[in-house]
Ligand binder design. Structure first.
Ligand SMILES: *[C@@H]1O[C@H](CO)[C@@H](O)[C@H](O)[C@H]1NC(C)=O
Ligand SMILES: *[C@@H]1O[C@H](CO)[C@@H](O)[C@H](O)[C@H]1NC(C)=O
Length: 502
């Protein structure tokens, strides 16, 4: 047997540290976390006189949103309506010392103008906050300035963000000068007003959609590696509960935070609701945070919780893997695709791409391969049994998918394969200036045979770049195991399993 390498020893050491930390946190999380006397965020001036909304709230019933009637006559056909999409990115780690910064700049410069989503949401770790030695942590104003300039110069889209653990390294408090998110973060005002929780909406004639951002950074941000965990003490739980139980019904609610649930320590709300109770109000939980996992596990964690009928969808990082996610809601079916930017080898010399007058020194644009997001039939591994009108797949007349490309639709070559055989009907551009929709006729009843089928779509651009997406589908609304195997198991277990990030 070979001797263990240094990195294996390091890994084992970190495992031990994480286990000890998990035991401690497990202990802490069983203590009541009910001190409302020390809010994580400053009270809003006009809030002081009024009794807190939490105290006057009567327990609203926990509901699961609109029930889509099985008898509805909404049909998934070939029109670009009842559909919107947005983009999530995570773990940018803009760094004064490391060229990983370029990935985010490429994303803003080359990907976003092609995708043009309804909004962008960044789930934390906007900056790296690590010194030249890669060990010491510190908040650098230049990193924050670059983030702010890149968003302002590079994008006119609605933009939401929140802090991750790196954004809270060595943070004495929200008010502290060290909390540069407060100055440079796009959503700092919303987050401050909402004391850690804020929301926004997409209101359409065909439905109401709600998005909730949650800052779970510890009140005092410790240095590495002890700030690996996110915290939801009672006061933050109360804010979240207030936001989620606003008495309205939404077609879908999506929750965004930096930390996967496996690295969160939860309190209960004052009304006694647990985090799972609140998760029933949502369709999906989006996070980032863990980019390098033990045992070389490359899998990004995605899971479905049967008790809450909601998905937890971790996203890979922008920093090392150049990953971003496009998520579409099409006739209330929720679909997503995780895309990797074509990464370029880093230069040996890294010049921080910010000029003296705080302007971004942008890298050259890169030509992206077409990106395909299939929305009907929806991938059966991510079906939300009670929150989506999954029966619409069976009554649909068309396969539907979005194609994002710099090239005009007429110049794209689109090929569809069902169960690896060419689909007999042509793909047709059915989109408009807001929605790059393609469709193709199909007869779902041909596949209604109590088994799983595959759908693969390939798009070739005039520059010979090829994009491809593949899903597994069912016409009978049966949900498949996500099959992340170990990954899915991991997310369902407690914190001690996961070791290292950054
Ligand atoms: C959308 O609707 C919600 C409530 O249903 C409301 O609070 C919000 O202000 C609306 N947003 C926009 C942009 O109209
Ligand atoms: C959104 O919910 C409303 C109310 O339940 C429903 O009538 C409507 O069909 C839903 N929208 C879509 C696109 O399914």
């Amino acid at each position: 047997m070979k001797a263990l390498s240094t990195s294996t020893w390091l890994c084992l050491g970190l495992t031990l540290l994480a286990i000890l930390q998990a035991i401690r946190l497990n202990y802490i999380s069983r203590q009541p976390l009910r001190s409302l006397s020390s809010p994580q965020y400053p009270q809003h001036p006009n809030e002081e006189a009024q009794p807190s909304a939490v105290e006057t709230l009567t327990v609203p019933p926990l509901s699961t949103g609109p029930a889509h009637s099985l008898m509805d006559n909404t049909q998934l056909a070939n029109d670009p309506s009842n559909l919107f999409y947005f983009v999530q990115v995570s773990d940018l780690h803009i760094s004064k010392f490391r060229s990983q910064t370029d990935h985010f700049l490429h994303f803003v410069r080359s990907a976003l103008p092609v995708i043009r989503p309804s909004f962008v949401v960044v789930t934390g770790d906007l900056t790296d906050a690590k010194d030249t030695d890669d060990i010491k942590t510190r908040q650098f104003k230049e990193e924050w300035q670059l983030y702010q300039s890149a968003v302002e110069e590079g994008s006119d889209l609605a933009w939401y963000d929140m802090r991750g653990n790196h954004d809270c390294f060595d943070m004495p408090s929200w008010q502290s000068d060290v909390n540069l998110y407060r100055t440079f973060g796009r959503s700092a005002k919303l987050l401050e007003q909402g004391q850690g929780v804020y929301s926004w909406h997409v209101n359409q004639t065909y439905g109401q959609y709600r998005f909730v951002a949650l800052d779970a950074c510890p009140k005092r941000g410790p240095a590495r590696p002890l700030n690996f965990y996110g915290y939801l003490p009672t006061n933050t739980m109360d804010r979240l509960e207030n936001t989620l139980l606003d008495g309205r019904t939404y077609n879908h609610t999506f929750l965004f935070t930096h930390y996967p649930t496996t690295t969160m320590v939860f309190g209960q709300s004052s009304l006694g609701h647990t985090f799972k109770d609140l998760m029933r109000q949502t369709s999906a939980y989006f996070c980032g945070h863990l980019h390098r996992l033990m045992f070389g596990l490359g899998d990004i964690l995605k899971s479905y919780d049967t008790t809450t009928d909601s998905l937890e969808l971790e996203l890979g990082d922008m920093k090392d893997h150049g990953v971003y996610r496009i998520l579409a809601v099409d006739h209330d079916l929720v679909s997503f695709v995780d895309v990797e930017l074509p990464l370029q080898p880093a230069n040996d010399v890294y010049d921080f791409p910010l000029s003296d007058d705080k302007k971004v020194i942008w890298p050259d644009t890169i030509a992206l391969a077409p990106v395909i997001l299939i929305t009907n039939p929806k991938d059966a591994r991510y079906l939300l049994t009670n929150k989506e009108p999954t029966h619409r797949i069976r009554t649909s007349t068309h396969i539907r998918f979005l194609v994002f490309s710099t090239h005009p639709p007429s110049s794209l070559k689109v090929r569809i394969f069902v169960d690896n055989k060419p689909h007999p009907f042509a793909a047709t551009w059915s989109g408009n200036e807001h929605t790059p929709l393609w469709t193709s006729s199909w007869s779902p009843e041909d596949f209604d045979d109590i088994s799983t089928h595959s759908l693969r779509i390939q798009v070739t651009a005039p520059d010979a770049q090829v994009g491809e997406s593949q899903i597994l589908f069912r016409v009978d609304s049966v949900r498949l195991m996500i099959g992340g195997g170990f990954g899915e198991w991991l997310i369902g277990t407690s914190a001690a399993n996961i070791v290292s990030e950054q």
